[in-house]
Ligand binder design. Structure first.
Ligand code: ADP
Ligand code: MG
Length: 261
């Protein structure tokens, strides 16, 4: 059975997409079978996995509107295969922005992705869902599908404020729509230990959230930021970089975490 995780944080630019594609690649690298679902109409996770969003014949949009199944709509990337980190991609592009409106009219609108994923459950060890920077119907579909939420966050002062809204949303989804849902963990990303404030916020996070803070810390690393322009995750682009190594460690930590789930 696949374990399904949303990478969510309603703030933009906090590292959701970087986390999704690099964790997917890291898990693939250590032998896990992974499906990456792009739920953001920007399609950055699709492009960053080596699939051209403008060339997609079918996407997650078709799956949400039930005009295609996941086996019909998923794609593979040669670049990932060459890098030895192959995972499947259910891509997204601008068309997905329309789904928000179109889904308002339909039945079971928040359960569409969950139902589609049930059909491919046996094919994967992990499904990773890259959420858009909002608490929208798209994010809700992700949260309704998932066993857990991975929350990437920068250790900055305002990071903690935004967390309250996300925690409340997750509590509501847990109570009303998906009793499996839990925050699996907070992932400290773009971390720079030389900045005292970041160290302080990191300590606060650990004091407040304890075990819910992943042990792995993702450093700020320029190779992770450069990789998307080559259409691959940093784990493939420069496996020896500090950022790539951190994501492979994070993949190992995730494999350990799901043993208890
Ligand atoms: P989100 O999906 O939350 O909007 P992204 O993953 O797209 O965030 O990250 C925002 C920007 O920060 C991107 O330009 C990305 O390349 C960069 N970035 C993310 N993580 C790191 C990191 N650990 N080190 C350096 N740059 C990073
Ligand atoms: Mg993103």
């Amino acid at each position: 059975m696949a374990k399904i995780f949303c990478v969510a944080n309603q703030k933009g630019g906090v590292g959701k997409t970087t986390t999704t594609v690099n964790l997917a690649a890291g898990l693939a690298k250590i032998g896990q079978r992974v499906l990456m679902v792009d739920l953001d109409p920007q399609g950055n996770a699709t492009m960053g996995s080596g699939v051209d969003k403008r060339q997609l014949k079918l996407s997650v949009y078709d799956v949400l509107l039930e005009s295609a199944s996941i086996p019909e709509a998923r794609a593979k990337s040669e670049k990932l295969a060459e890098g030895g980190c192959s995972y499947d991609i259910l891509g997204a592009n601008r068309e997905l922005a329309g789904a928000e409106v179109e889904l308002v009219e339909v039945e079971r609108r928040e359960k569409r992705l969950k139902e589609a994923l049930a059909a491919v459950d046996a094919e994967y060890d992990f499904v990773l869902i890259d959420c858009p920077p909002s608490l929208s119907m798209l994010t809700l579909n992700g949260l309704c599908s998932a066993h857990g939420v991975i929350v990437p966050m920068q250790c900055e002062y305002f990071a903690l404020e935004g967390l309250t809204d996300l925690v409340n949303t997750i509590k509501q989804v847990h109570a009303n729509l998906n009793k499996d849902l839990q925050i699996i963990g907070l992932l400290r990303v773009m971390f720079d230990p030389r900045i005292t404030l970041q160290q302080q916020v990191s300590d606060q996070l650990k004091a407040h959230f304890g075990d819910k803070v992943f042990n792995t810390v993702i450093p700020r690393n320029v190779r992770l930021a450069e990789a998307p322009s080559y259409g691959v995750p940093g784990v493939v682009f420069d496996p020896s970089s500090k950022g790539a190594q951190a994501f492979v460690s994070f993949a190992e930590e995730m494999v350990e975490r799901i043993k208890g789930m």
